[in-house]
Design a protein around this ligand. Sequence first.
Ligand SMILES: Cc1cc2nc3c(=O)[nH]c(=O)nc-3n(C[C@H](O)[C@H](O)[C@H](O)COP(=O)(O)OP(=O)(O)OC[C@H]3O[C@@H](n4cnc5c(N)ncnc54)[C@H](O)[C@@H]3O)c2cc1C
Length: 529
Amino acid sequence: MAQTYDSIVIGGGHNGLVCAAYLAKAGKKVLVLERRHVLGGAAVSEEIFPGFTFSSCSYVVSLLRPHIIRDLELSKHGLHILPLESTFNPLLDGRYLLRGMDGAKTRENVAQFSRRDAETLSRFSQAMGELSRMVKPIIDAPAPEPTSFNPKELMSLLRLGKLFRDGGEDFVSAQVKMMTMSAVDFLSEWFEAEPLIAAMSASGIIGTFLGVKSPGTAYVLLHHYMGEIDGSFRAWGLPRGGTGEISNSIARSARALGAEIRTEASVERVLLKGGQATGVVLEGGEEIMAKSVVSCCDPVRTFMGFVGEKNLEDEFVRDIKRFKMRGSSGKVNLALDRLPNFTCLPGEGEHLQGDITIAPSFDYLERAYDDAKYGNFSQRPFMNIVLPSVTDPTVAPPGKHVMSVFVQYAPYQLKEGPEHWPEKREAFGDAVCNTIEEFCPGFKDSILHRHVLTPWDLEKEYGLTEGNIFHGELSVEQLAFFRPAPGFSRYRTPIKDLWLCGSGAHPGGGVMGAPGHLCADTMLKARAV
Ligand SMILES: Cc1cc2nc3c(=O)[nH]c(=O)nc-3n(C[C@H](O)[C@H](O)[C@H](O)COP(=O)(O)OP(=O)(O)OC[C@H]3O[C@@H](n4cnc5c(N)ncnc54)[C@H](O)[C@@H]3O)c2cc1C
């Protein structure tokens, strides 16, 4: 028999769980329905090989909003974030860049490439910290609606204007530059050493089908600078037990607040009556009724899948079809017999305790992008590597290690068509391992198990349309009041009582929880649930 809830949340991704927790906290009767056997979506921990726990997709945390950690008492529910100590950029000419906790050592290392850059580094960090602090209110509030004459909206626009006025000329100019410039051009205004600029610019292409020299990539750079851990700005960390522990702690909190959560419950479609959402139908035919339905899935899956084109206005359908998904990333998860040994810095040390970026030069990164432009995966890709077991021994058996390799580019649209990814999966994995081997001879012999995720797998297994890691690119024309479509950036959708709380809503992707929280808050303030 159909049961009635105040709200059904489709998808137990971390944003869906955050949304459910806040609704439950307000006394609402909430049900979360997750398709997979495990919660978390792209923020998940899985024991893929016995004894080895992987953060299968998302692997480092920084953006998770501190007020969510506090409000939902995530520490009490088991969340513990361990800091990442360093950023290591090995080069093939025997040199390396190592930026760690010790400022003097970092300056000394960078000075080998450029004395000027070594001096500029702390000024740059300070400037980015300031910039992030100033734009932070934008990610902690619903997107402004510039076409509205509602007095409340006008006030929020005025507040935004004040932010720019108070920031002064430098802030406005930095903002405009970040929105329009390429990561390389932006960084080249500060630094001169190519290895440093190349390594730093790589944050600008994450999740984006653009190159480090493509205009607009400077914004993605900023997105990666906005995080904080324990009040420390721009810090990145590893949740103990893997990224899934973020989702699991939110789920524990949501359950403690009264939310019901079901796994292996795949939603087929949203039930509509007179243009209004009234519940969902599961695969298998079970119908569940609710006063409101919230989707944590991406906009394409939500509208083209659960709602259906025929139930939407043509203009909205056009906007959603135009929304750029075009996944460009893959992931390779490795179980290792021993730690990698880098030629440029042999042995163990601080350099294995942080993130390792394979981005030695502009040409290297541009060539990696060239492959993708013509529908191939990069033969020598950009990689961001983390060895979580060095910091968190709970994720691997004693003496063994897990290695997480985030890889670009792996374009969803292969030139032969995306359906050819399964037959290319292992060749893609080989390209990744062969490239690491160039930096760490003997590395391939240390691999015990290999798990390769292509954008096709991200779509099929994790439900990310076209494998886009952020539910849609974080490009300027897809942010704020454009996300996911003009007029629908406030978690409302054209279907009454259907809401969007995932990364395809403002302020976008990453393990932030912000869209989930802001969606719940908007619903509660509007008394829509
Ligand atoms: C490879 C990779 C690496 C990343 N690295 C990082 C990183 O290091 N740091 C970072 O901050 N961010 C990272 N991200 C981005 C970040 O993980 C995502 O933006 C974020 O986790 C998305 O969360 P969400 O809750 O919005 O959506 P999702 O996690 O996508 O949740 C949607 C949920 O809906 C479920 N679902 C789908 N279809 C149905 C259905 N029919 N019925 C019921 N449920 C359904 C899915 O299984 C999923 O659980 C990465 C992402 C990927 C893929």
